[in-house]
Design a protein around this ligand. Sequence first.
Ligand code: SAM
Ligand code: SF4
Length: 339
Amino acid sequence: MTAPLTGPSTGPLIDGQGRRVKDLRLSITDRCNFRCVYCMPEDGLEWLPRADLLTYEELTRIAAVCVERWSFEAIRITGGEPLVRAHVPDLVAMLAPLGVDIALTTNGVKLPDAAPALAEAGLDRVNVSLDSLCEHTFEELTRASELHRVLAGIDAALEVGLTPVKVNTVVMRGVNDGEIVDLAAFGRDRGVEVRFIEFMPLDAEGGWSRDRVVPAKEIIETVAAAFPVEPVTAVDDGHDEPAARWRYLDGKGFVGAIPSVTEPFCGRCDRVRVTAEGKFRSCLFALDEYDLRAVLRAGGTDDDLAAVIETAVAAKWPGHKIGRIDFIRPSRSMSQIGG
Ligand code: SAM
Ligand code: SF4
């Protein structure tokens, strides 16, 4: 898999808008053991047949092309719920030699059992989704009564050093917006960075509406009223993150907010995604997908894979159009795309 003398470019991968692409999100399953209201319908979705999923070897090959050819810096394993797929530590062990930051986004339920093997295999850190500390609200949002397991999962991740642990919290107006301060306090106490996410129109049931979005600005003002903060500037932050970050003035860590709807960070977007069945997407909201599985299973070379990725990235658009009249909702939910 060394760089070829001819064929697709090497060096940084630059998209059609001049942005460097360096963060690869690999979805490894569309299945999930939760049914979060902002993501999946109560009855689940029609799952992909097992044979349609990329194998760990295929996923690793795509990752190797991205890292070795274009020096991608980060790989994120996601889903659906990635930990419902068997042997995830094997995948981590296959990706680890690439030498880039490897993180996993999970609902946390299986983390109490999985954390030690994941750390052992070379996973760097985890992002755990946690929308409420109240059993009732947690169940209303996830349609699962597993709050205690998720909390145990966060503890397990901290214990085995899958750090910094970040907590993702989707805030929905009238559902969990009353818990912003409690969740921030939880993050401060446990030494984890809570990142509040604006509710995006990627739910399978089409229940999104603008009035259910709590703007990141309002979220941070609410946090700051309880625990004073100062913004982290790009200079001392030093890395591209969609989350705007703030530092608690008393030194008890950081808090983030991801303003995808109200202040999209598309101008700084450095990520691309591969769905569980091997479709390459240059944006969460992209309408076009490029079939990497077809290339892989037709015996394509690394150059062939790279050529498809370059075509997709060249066509990456400047940004999504949520809130505009010409916004077109993707036909797939967050769990099917890979969040
Ligand atoms: N199952 C794992 C989890 O929940 O962490 C990983 C996949 S999930 C699709 C990835 C992230 O997307 C989660 O943090 C989840 O809260 C977020 N998410 C899902 N649907 C969303 C939506 N409609 N708006 C904003 N965030 C969403
Ligand atoms: Fe599952 Fe994650 Fe979607 Fe919730 S957000 S339904 S845990 S994939």
